[in-house]
Design a protein around this ligand. Structure first.
Ligand code: FES
Ligand code: FES
Length: 160
């Protein structure tokens, strides 16, 4: 059967794109393979690992579970969109300082999930941070350093 394509208009990191897609392509694949935004990682492709997390209108979603055509008309933000043109964001600095990554595969998704939490709740307790990150799997760090990095972003600097 012919793979019919349609043109979809996407806004990614504040920039408009018109891109020809197949209706069955995931947003994750379009971001990576059509727009070159390879900061969005793909792990399980079934909504479990969180590596593909992006924001849709500011809320974290799994871009492997969304068709690109479903994202038309929404604001999409990827890890590139929360990274300054020069250097690192404060949360990225905190990940660096706390050794919150090893292979880095989970890191873009972790950053987007944690950044969304901190924007909603600038002073989460540890249980809230752990709860927020339950949908993002990390096979390297054991999570503690990631939690420490997020907690260090509180106005108190990490103290309860
Ligand atoms: S690749 Fe999307 S949740 Fe794992
Ligand atoms: S740093 Fe390797 S999966 Fe998290």
């Amino acid at each position: 059967m012919a793979d019919e394509r349609s043109v979809v208009e996407l806004t990614v990191n504040g920039r408009p794109y018109r891109v020809e897609v197949s209706p069955r392509w995931s947003l994750a694949d379009v971001l990576r393979h059509r727009l070159g935004l390879t900061g969005t990682h793909v792990g399980c492709e079934q909504g479990v690992c969180g590596a593909c997390t992006v924001w849709l209108d500011g809320e974290p979603v799994r871009s492997c579970l969304l068709f690109a055509v479903q994202a038309a008309g929404h604001e999409i933000t990827t890890v590139e969109g929360i990274t300054p043109a020069e250097g690192l964001s404060p949360l990225q600095e905190a990940f660096h300082r706390h050794h919150a990554l090893q292979c880095g595969y989970c890191t873009p998704g972790m950053l987007l999930t944690a950044e969304a939490l901190l924007r909603r709740n600038p002073a989460p307790d540890e249980a809230t941070v752990r709860e927020a990150l339950t949908g993002n799997l990390c096979r390297c760090t054991g999570y503690q350093f990631i939690v420490d990095a997020v907690l260090s972003m509180r106005p108190s600097g990490g103290e309860d």
